[in-house]
Every structure is written in structure tokens, then in C-alpha cells.
Design a protein around this ligand. Structure first.
Ligand code: C2O
Ligand code: CU
Ligand code: CU
Length: 465
């Protein structure tokens, strides 16, 4: 069973690395585990330009043999892109043998720039959207989005992180030194065979529940240790997994102070012991590592497994040593502005029990040639989103939304801010203002972010005009 392998390897990793390891301290073992690397950075702020190329490469994840992978401008995953509001001219190249795309997940831009299934970059071609970035500082991301190939392409490496920044994090009292006290962490479970090769071979069960791996990769690395200063660090977490939902916590009970959700900052930190993060979701948390031992980020308190160990490095500057009381301005209220409501059901029908069909939205599997509905440009709509059979992470392109209710109750504290992806176990009500146009040639998508479900048809498309 995959689950068992996963737990065994996690337990082994814990056993190997246990015992108060300190980076610059005395208790340092002879066999140093590798230090976690951040993705390289591309800062677009001065140039207003961004070039990314989908390319093939090979990666050595488990210290054994290198396996073929893909990435944007590197062998696996892509660089962290730093953006600010204003014009951004992107140029996306593709040296692979199949169409790919770059979808800007979480960006509030027009449908023509969205990078979804209607904007494929064919082999040898390029795509040059001239975008206007105009949104709150946030941790968003980009990934390929070719219909029926998204799961495989993202799994193989076509994804990366974006920081939208306004350069004012010092005023907010937030850590902002990349890779020092501001860590970008891409959480992905991947499956490896006995020879250490990464494999993607979804069974019928995997298609039903989404593909789950048997090992954790953080930023494409396995078993690395994250170095942190003797102070407060900011962790920008992206669940870049195809289907796995994390319930994150620290093994030593270290609290997590949530400061930002998908679309931007909360007014003030929310302290959590467990943070749920579904595929496609991001969260920014502050963690006070001062005086700590070596906390391990774990998932699933009931059946715990480890994701990432932290160790203090006394040579890193501890710039931030107290939690900010306030971070952002109060969240804008959209209630009372809605023009209409719409029911969205995320369907898993009985047909899929037979291994095919059944994945749909409002009874209809995705069809690239069918526009499912139109939203009036500039309007606020209330969507009532219902999941069938299992909890589905619901995502909408082109907007950030607010959660009004979850299963009839007020939203969970961690869903109180701006969201573009929301795990819906039962029913949720959301409000969104549709500020960017999308034509029938370049519509926006809404879909389940379990990538196997999306590829199987749990996706719809809408225009905004
Ligand atoms: Cu993260 Cu439609 O995608
Ligand atoms: Cu998206
Ligand atoms: Cu789903």
C-alpha cells in the first residue's frame, strides 16, 4: 500500500534526523543532511519583463539515479517570480515536444492573459501576453494548464511561485529576506519506484481520489533541512500537489501565525495549531523559531508524517523578533453588492465507478467548445458551491473571492481573507467581483484543483462581458 510506504519513509526520515540538531551549534551530526534550497529568483520589477521557457531536464531526487523531469527555465519547477503592480511583458517559450501553457493562478487579469487551456504554447512557439499587474501583495503561482494534460505536466515539474510585492513589508513588520527569513516552500508528494525513479501511474482509485505520492518533495528536494534565523520566519506555503490535502502542524506544538491567504494579507495574524492546505491553496505563516529546538513540519495529526525539518542557523540575521499586531487594512466587504446568485455543483457521478465519465460541473463534463455561462463585467455574484462524494478544492480564474459560509456556518478562520481556491467538503457560499473581461475565445475556468478531477472533466468555463 502506498500509504504504508509513505508513513514508513516519513518515520525513517524522522528517526534519522531526530535529536536537537542545530545548524551552527555543537550537536551537528557528521552526515549533514542537505540544506533546503529556495528556487532561484527572477525579479521583474526593474525591467517589467519576464521570460520563461518550458524545457526538459533531469533531476536526482533521492540521491540515486537522475530521472527525466520538466521545468520552466530549469530542470524541475520554475524560478520564483517577483512582481509589482504595473505593466509586465511576459514571453513564454516551449522547447518540449507537446503543448504547454503558463496559467497565472491567483492573478486578477483579463481572460486573454490567463494562460489557461485556450492559450497553449505549441512546441517551438512562444506566447507573449502584455499584462497589467494590479492586485494586493500576495503569494500566487503559475503552472501549465493544457486540458487533459495538466495533472501529468504539473507532476513532472511545470509549476512555480510568484510573489506580488509592494515593497512595504518592512513597514508591516514582516520578514522579507528571500531564503533567509522569508522562505518559499512548494509542498508536493511524488511517487518513487524502488529504483528511485519518479513515477506517475494513476490507478483507477487514483483517478477517483486524485494521485497521491509516497514521498514528500519540498522545492523539489527530499530530506533537506530548512535553515532559519533565531527569530521569526515567514513561510510561504504552496500546496503544489496533484491531490493531497495537508493538515499542517509542528511536532513540538509550535504555533503558526497565519498572515496571508491566497489573495493577500489578513488584517491581523490568526494563530493556528493546525493549518489545512488543499491543492492549489497558499498560506503565509509566521513562526517564531527563537530558542526553539528543531521543529518538524508535519501533516495529519491522526496519522502523522513529516514534511520538513527546521534548524536554526545562528549566522543568519534575525531581523524580526516580534509578531506584528496589524498587517493589512480591513478587508473590503462585498456583501450587499451581489447582483445574482449561481449554483455550482462539483459532480462525481456513478459512471466513474466504472473508471470513466462522471466528473462534471452542473452535470456537464468540460467541453472546450461550450461556454457555460456569462457574468456581467464589474458585477458581484454569490456562488453556492456543492461537492459530491468527497471534498473538492474549488478554484476560479481571474478573481479573488470571499467566503460567506461553509456548511451553513461562518467561514473557518483561515478562510476569512481573499481566496481563489477553497476546499469544499459540503457546501460553501462565496462572493466575487468580476473585474476583468473574458471573451468566448479566452474564457475563464472554474474547476476542482485535484488535477486528475480537472483533467477528467470537473471544469467549466465562463465569459465576463
Ligand atoms: Cu491552478 Cu485553473 O488552475
Ligand atoms: Cu487558476
Ligand atoms: Cu475534485
Amino acid at each position: 500500500m502506498k500509504r504504508r510506504d509513505f508513513l514508513t519513509s516519513a518515520a525513517a526520515a524522522l528517526a534519522v534526523s531526530g535529536g536537537g540538531l542545530m545548524w551552527a551549534g555543537k550537536a551537528f551530526a557528521a552526515q549533514t543532511p542537505p540544506r533546503l534550497q529556495m528556487p532561484p529568483r527572477i525579479d521583474t520589477r526593474a525591467s517589467g519583463r519576464l521570460a520563461l521557457t518550458a524545457q526538459a531536464g533531469s533531476s536526482n531526487f533521492l540521491g540515486g539515479r537522475a530521472v527525466p523531469t520538466v521545468g520552466y527555465s530549469q530542470a524541475y519547477l520554475g524560478p520564483t517570480v517577483i512582481m509589482q503592480n504595473g505593466p509586465l511583458a511576459a514571453e513564454i517559450g516551449n522547447t518540449l515536444g507537446e503543448p504547454v501553457s503558463v496559467h497565472w493562478h491567483g492573478m486578477k487579469i483579463a481572460g486573454a492573459h490567463d494562460g489557461g487551456p485556450h492559450q497553449p504554447v505549441l512546441p517551438g512557439q512562444s506566447w507573449k501576453p502584455e499584462m497589467q499587474v494590479n492586485q494586493d501583495p500576495s503569494t500566487i503561482w503559475y503552472h501549465s494548464h493544457i486540458h487533459q494534460r495538466t495533472a501529468q505536466q504539473v507532476y513532472n515539474g511545470l509549476a512555480g511561485v510568484i510573489h506580488v510585492t509592494d515593497g512595504r513589508d518592512d513597514d508591516r513588520g514582516l520578514p522579507s529576506a528571500y531564503g533567509i527569513d522569508d522562505l518559499t516552500l512548494v509542498l508536493q508528494d511524488r511517487s518513487f519506484d524502488r529504483k528511485g525513479r519518479m513515477v506517475y501511474d494513476p490507478s483507477m482509485m487514483d483517478r477517483m481520489h486524485g494521485f497521491h505520492g509516497n514521498r514528500m518533495l519540498i522545492n523539489g528536494q527530499s530530506g533537506a533541512i530548512a535553515a532559519v534565523p533565531n527569530g521569526i520566519a515567514r513561510l510561504r506555503l504552496l500546496n503544489g500537489s496533484n491531490a493531497r490535502i495537508y493538515n499542517l502542524f509542528f511536532n513540538d506544538g509550535h504555533p503558526m501565525h497565519l498572515v496571508a491567504t491566497d489573495g493577500g494579507f489578513l488584517p491581523r495574524p490568526i494563530t493556528l495549531e493546525v493549518l489545512r492546505l488543499a491543492p492549489g491553496e497558499r498560506a503565509e505563516i509566521l513562526v517564531d523559531f527563537s530558542g526553539a529546538g528543531a521543529p518538524v513540519l508535519m501533516s495529519d495529526p491522526d496519522q502523522a508524517y513529516s514534511l520538513l525539518e527546521f534548524a536554526r542557523d545562528e549566522t543568519l540575521p534575525a531581523r524580526i523578533t516580534r509578531l506584528p499586531d496589524e498587517i493589512g487594512s480591513p478587508l473590503e466587504e462585498l456583501t450587499g453588492l451581489e447582483t445574482r446568485s449561481r449554483e455550482i455543483s462539483l459532480d462525481m457521478g456513478m459512471g466513474m465507478m466504472m473508471g470513466r465519465g462522471g466528473f462534471a460541473i452542473n452535470g456537464q463534463p468540460f467541453d472546450m467548445d461550450r461556454i457555460d455561462f456569462n457574468v456581467a463585467l464589474g458585477s458581484v455574484e454569490r456562488w453556492i458551491v456543492r461537492s459530491s462524494m468527497i471534498a473538492h478544492p474549488f478554484h476560479v480564474h481571474g478573481v479573488q473571492f470571499r467566503v460567506l459560509s461553509e456548511d451553513g456556518a461562518p467561514p473557518r478562520p483561515e478562510n476569512a481573507g481573499w481566496k481563489d481556491t477553497l476546499l469544499v467538503p459540503g457546501v460553501a457560499e462565496i462572493l466575487a467581483r468580476f473585474e476583468h473581461p473574458a471573451s468566448k475565445e479566452n474564457p475563464f475556468m472554474l474547476h476542482c484543483h485535484i488535477l486528475e478531477h480537472e483533467d477528467a472533466g470537473m471544469m467549466a468555463q465562463f465569459t465576463v462581458s
